[in-house]
Write a protein that binds this ligand. Structure first.
Ligand code: SF4
Ligand code: SF4
Length: 361
């Protein structure tokens, strides 16, 4: 059974030792990370946000992590995909603040990567980012949030979509699906478009039915209202994006020696959308704390277990947004079961959904 350190938010008095950054310091001391990074080059993979987002990992936590790694003899850098466009310094991620360089995972020219062959539907290769590939140790430092395409974004998404090239990101996105449309029997009555509460479907410039699977919740309204049966739901296709993410994650992690990757999930300002949107909306649930472990499956399972539907703060949803009645909170919001990626990670041998929690006081 995997061991998961959990630093909760709760406090009993006005004492700095009871704050999350202070608990994070004690969490790192209790972890296996210090030994892991000794005399090693360490890539810290983060999502550095975009434009006006302010819910990514606050720089104070990044500085604590880089100071810890350096104090244990590690040589670290923070990295993300498409750094130049994201302008991380606008959100406080600069070397003077966080204590180490901020680099693009594929190098300054975005051309440094290693191609690894895979075979999953249309996904035939993964371009593993060069700076990730070459590091001795990876710290997967993730901000947990919802995600339109897969329900949930955490440790898996941070690697799968952020430690690869743009080409691979697009190839994984192309796995998204779930609805089939038959041009031959469509009478262009537009009932499907009018029935969609999420503005996820349209007839495109080629007059074909087109669905934005980020916004589509597979509610099947369009399927049900279609008078000719032109739209059909393909149930298992909705999970292919998450399965592709899990395979991408495994491909990246396979480039590291055993015991060389550490996962830290920050569960604060848990918003409905991914950090790449460049905007921050109110939190869906109260801040929960930090989860840390050497097991990516346990990290994801523990994080999802902490996010409970009964703790939903209605202000975290857009006005008038209706959620479903079953499944995890993220499934009720986005229509995608977030456990698909976790189960796929486990099936690929990356860890265990069973875990023991060790509370960091
Ligand atoms: S399944 Fe629902 S959300 Fe998706 S396109 Fe159809 S009506 Fe819209
Ligand atoms: S509801 Fe069916 S028949 Fe009408 S436009 Fe949509 S796909 Fe075509």
């Amino acid at each position: 059974m995997a061991k998961v350190l959990y630093a909760p938010m709760g406090y009993s008095g006005y004492d700095i030792k009871e704050t999350l950054p202070s608990r994070f310091m004690r969490m790192l001391e209790q972890s296996t990370l210090g030994e892991m990074v000794e005399q090693k080059s360490v890539a810290i993979k983060m999502h550095v946000g975009d434009r006006l987002s302010y819910s990514t990992i606050p720089p104070v936590f990044v500085r604590i992590l880089t100071d810890f790694i350096k104090s244990h003899g590690g040589d670290c850098f923070v990295c993300d995909h498409a750094i130049a466009e994201r302008k991380p310094y606008l959100r406080g991620y600069s070397e003077s603040v966080i204590g180490c360089p901020v680099l693009d995972v594929c190098g300054h020219l975005n051309k440094y990567y290693y191609v690894k062959n895979v075979d999953f539907k249309s996904l035939k290769s993964i371009d593993v980012a060069g700076y990730i590939h070459d590091a001795d140790v990876l710290v997967d430092f993730s901000h947990v949030k919802g995600h339109g395409s897969c329900g949930y974004g955490g440790a898996c998404k941070n690697i799968a979509m952020g430690c690869v090239t743009t080409r691979t990101r697009h190839a994984i996105h192309r796995l998204q699906g779930g609805l089939d449309w038959n041009n031959e029997v469509c009478i262009r009555c537009n009932a499907c478009i009018e029935s969609c509460n999420h503005h996820a479907n349209k007839f495109n410039e080629e007059d074909s039915y087109s669905v934005d699977y980020h916004d589509c919740t597979l509610c099947r309204h369009c399927v049900k209202v279609c008078p000719t049966g032109a739209i059909t739901a393909i149930d298992d296709a909705f999970g292919d994006f998450q399965k592709g993410m899990a395979l991408s994650t495994k491909t990246v992690l396979d480039t590291f020696k055993p015991g060389s990757v550490y996962f830290i999930n920050l569960l604060t300002q848990i918003t409905i959308l991914c950090d790449c949107w460049g905007l921050t909306t109110p939190s869906l649930v109260p801040d929960l704390g930090i989860v840390a472990t050497e097991d990516i499956v346990a990290a994801e399972q523990a994080s999802l277990d902490l996010i409970k539907v009964e703790n939903l703060i209605p202000a975290g949803l857009p006005e008038g947004f209706e959620i479903g009645n079953t499944g995890h909170l993220f499934e009720r919001i986005h229509g995608k079961d977030p456990f698909i990626q976790v189960m796929e990670l486990e099936a690929l041998g990356l860890g265990s959904r069973k875990y023991e929690t060790i509370i960091v006081e």
